[in-house]
Write a protein that binds this ligand. Structure first.
Ligand code: 2OP
Length: 247
């Protein structure tokens, strides 16, 4: 079967979530790095916990709650409500990975979409601000199902939206747990591996940098009993992979 659709995770895959570090550092000098990492770790944790608890709250609310958690860890207070909103606003205007646009353009003959935990308002803003609007056939939010990835119901939205069956879809994510979820559901998968080595470089004299801790927890492959189909180091490798893809 030929691949008919390529579907991307958003945060961490097309968009660099680490790009919030500058704005958190500006607001809280010396804490930008640690706040950034705890924010993202908690954000994902809350999606999983709320899905298990059947207490859905959209990703916009979860992103807010997890930023509050991260700031509270260090007794950090925003000088004004504006400052909090300014940090949060970066999530609507994250940096695209530099090879994203060229890679999507090179795969124009396929259906292209995002499937993300992000709420529709967040994803609409993100896609518009980054200029991806014209390149995507669909921007799919798990909000339609009120569960987060890696719940199978979330991945089912791909076929429901694009009308392409799972075995003709290539799902791309830099989040290992997301690749596992997609593979368990029956999609073809490719993991983008980024920053693996930071885990080693960031550990020195018994001290670990927050970003290295994040990388150790989230950038490595999790063995959850399924295996990814492909493995790349950058989005720019995808067009060639898709062109040669038969399964
Ligand atoms: C996503 O975009 C949260 O990275 C995850 O769905």
């Amino acid at each position: 079967v030929t691949i008919k659709a390529v579907v991307f995770d958003a945060y961490g895959t097309l968009y660099d979530i680490q790009s919030v570090a500058a704005v958190t550092e500006e607001a809280f000098p010396g804490y930008g790095e640690i706040v950034t990492q705890i924010w993202r770790l908690k954000q994902l944790e809350y999606t999983w916990l709320r899905t298990l608890m059947q207490r859905y709250k959209d990703f916009s609310g979860i992103t807010r709650d997890s930023l509050t958690y991260a700031l509270n860890c260090f007794g950090l207070r925003c000088k004004s409500p504006d400052a909090f909103e300014r940090i949060l606003a970066k999530y609507l205007d994250l940096d695209l990975y530099p090879d994203a646009i060229a890679s999507l353009e090179a795969m124009k003959d396929k259906k292209l979409a995002i499937l993300s935990n992000g709420s529709p308002d967040m994803l609409t803003a993100l896609v518009r601000n980054s200029g991806l609007e014209g390149l995507l056939d669909a921007v799919i939010s798990v909000d339609a199902k009120k569960v987060f990835k890696p719940s199978p119901e979330a991945y089912a939205l791909i076929e429901e939206t694009l009308r392409v069956p799972p075995h003709e879809v290539l799902f791309v994510s830099a989040n290992s747990w997301d690749v596992s979820g997609a593979k368990a559901f029956g999609l073809n998968t490719v993991m983008i591996e980024r920053g693996m080595t930071e885990g080693h470089g960031g550990f020195k004299d018994g001290m670990v940098r927050p970003r290295a801790m994040y990388a150790a927890l989230r950038n490595r492959w999790d063995d959850l009993g399924v295996w990814r189909d492909h493995h790349v180091f950058a989005l720019s490798e995808l067009p060639a992979l898709v062109a040669g893809q038969r399964s």
